[in-house]
Write a protein that binds this ligand. Structure first.
Ligand code: GLC
Ligand code: CA
Length: 525
């Protein structure tokens, strides 16, 4: 494992910078805030941080509308602050992954300002302009086309109208965007998470999408059509390979793709000869029903579909998804932690997961997310999972001295970093132990995944390395169960209360919602 690339044995921790730590009292997290909390991340044991966009932006989509791909928004700090953060990250032995948003820029980006200025502007073709709209829909509701009065044409925006889609078929766009990657790579950034990678190329004939027979009233309006012609187009794979080649100009960097697609289509993003994304994000754990049977199928399905030599990865949460503790409940959140951290490959977790942080309900007058504002009440809003990190029980939880941009959870006086650090049985300690176990037991990272089975509500699998055989048992049920076991020793339990228990007997009693990792006495053959 020592010789494998760093990202293969990494736990990646996503920071939503607005909500991690504020350093200047404006109620919005910033780069100096992250610097102040790096020790916490080093102690947690994670290996890399991925920071959601920090580039200059009008913040129509909170940074996913980039107005300058090579700068830092003053809300987050300065370029000097960024360089300081990067060197501190590296000094702490961590890596830094930036968010790259290539599908669209902000409508305030100078490129778009030029592009929209006239039909003959040299940058006209940098965006997607048409005389007539087709039927494509925006992910945030309504048509994906906006009429621009100046020239009487429509431009495409797969998200907000303040986020015009770039034309990746134009070689100048490609060259300019690849140079922005090089800018950050030269500064020493360790890789990129690429926003909506599967949407970057659209049908060159702009054909209408067919209706979605599965659409039901009450679903987001974007579901009315099947995204046949504006997503996952065949040409995307060539583009991803080119992007990878840029990243490969620099040693030891990683390219990760945000891709929401069925598994067979997802796997293609590893690229021919694995020259695509190093890691197409695997969102199985976010999408799968939370029971032993479904998860067993998701795990074996994913493993079985991996192309030869492709490195697996698993994601437990991100800034677009309901928090795991809200989705499955606080007790199952511990099972989720043990599941994530015993699966093979690279893992991604979202800030606050290690606290069992839940979604925070947002009153209508405090809604920030355009996804909720545009289509209220359909459960599209992402504010609940983007609320400030609770550090302690002081006013505003140690996050800010001002007014936080989103409210804190009601439970922050008890559910906060300081309180959970003092409680030796807390989920925070469980996360630390699990992450540490991955470091000391390389089998958990790169050992074989075998014998995935389900017995009543218990998911069971083995991780087998050269030196050890580990069995993971996770009880998704609400009652205790007896499980047949080979002889071994419990090395970790989700309740942190039965380590080093030799299991000399034929059965093991698992409590409701309990998970254990057992090292079998019998060595690998
Ligand atoms: C991605 C981001 C999401 C953003 C969207 C548009 O899905 O994760 O937060 O709103 O792309 O950039
Ligand atoms: Ca701030």
């Amino acid at each position: 494992m020592q010789n494998s690339p760093w990202w293969q044995h990494s736990v990646i921790y996503e920071i939503y910078p607005r909500s991690f730590q504020d350093s200047n009292g404006d109620g919005i997290g910033d780069l100096n805030g992250i610097i102040a909390r790096l020790d916490y991340l080093v102690n947690l044991g994670v290996n890399a941080i991925w920071i959601s966009p920090i580039y200059p932006s009008p913040m129509a989509d909170f940074g996913y509308d980039v107005a300058d791909y090579c700068g830092i928004d003053q809300l987050f700090g300065t370029m000097e602050d960024f360089k300081h953060l990067l060197s501190e990250v590296h000094r702490g032995g961590l890596k830094m992954i930036l968010d790259f948003v290539p599908n669209h820029s902000s409508d305030q980006h100078p490129w778009f300002v030029e592009s929209r200025s006239s039909l003959t502007n040299p940058k006209r073709d940098w965006y997607l302009w048409r005389d007539q709209p087709n039927n494509w829909l925006s992910h945030f509701g309504g048509s994906a086309w906006e009429l621009d009065e100046t020239t009487g044409q429509y431009y495409l925006h797969s998200f907000l109208k303040q986020q015009p889609d770039l034309n990746w078929r134009n070689p100048d766009v490609k060259a300019a965007m690849f140079d922005t990657l090089r800018f950050w790579l030269r500064l020493g950034v360790d890789g990129f998470r690429v926003d909506v990678m599967w949407l970057m190329i659209k049908d060159d004939q702009f054909r209408d999408n067919p209706p979605n027979p599965g659409y039901r009233l009450g679903q987001p309006s974007n579901n009315r059509l099947l995204p046949v012609y504006n997503s996952d187009r065949p040409e995307i794979h060539g583009l991803v390979a080119e992007m990878r080649a840029v990243v490969d100009e620099f040693p030891d960097r990683v390219l990760i793709g945000e891709i929401y697609l069925p598994i067979q289509q997802l796997m293609r993003y590893y690229g021919a000869d694995l020259k695509g994304a190093h890691l197409p994000f695997n969102f199985q754990l976010l999408q799968c029903a939370w029971n032993a049977e479904s998860l067993a199928q998701a795990i074996t399905g994913y493993q079985g579909a991996l192309p030869g030599g492709a490195w697996p990865n698993w994601v437990l949460g991100n800034h677009d998804q309901s928090r795991i503790a809200s989705r499955v409940g606080p007790r199952q959140a511990r099972i989720a932690a043990m599941l994530l951290l015993t699966l093979p490959g690279t893992l991604t977790m979202y800030y606050g997961e290690e606290l069992g942080m839940a979604n925070v309900p947002i009153a209508p007058e405090r809604v920030q997310d355009p996804a909720e504002k545009n289509e209220p009440g359909l459960g599209q809003g992402r504010d609940p999972e983007r609320t400030p990190m609770p550090w302690d029980d002081s006013r505003c939880a140690g996050f800010t001295t001002g007014l936080p941009w989103l409210p804190l959870g009601d439970d922050y006086t008890t559910l906060n970093v300081r309180a959970l650090e003092l409680d030796q049985s807390s989920i925070l300690h469980l996360y630390r132990r699990l992450i540490d176990l991955r470091r000391t037991r390389p089998t958990l990272v790169s050992g074989k995944l075998q014998s995935v089975t389900v017995q009543s509500d218990v998911l069971r699998f083995q991780r087998v390395g050269d030196q050890d055989r580990l069995v993971v048992l996770l009880n998704f049920g609400h009652s205790p169960v007896e499980i047949e076991m080979e002889q071994g020793t419990v090395i970790l339990s989700t309740n942190l209360d039965r380590e080093r228990h030799p299991q000399g007997i034929k059965t093991l009693g698992l409590n409701a919602a309990e998970g254990v990792i057992i090292e079998l006495d019998q060595l690998p053959a």
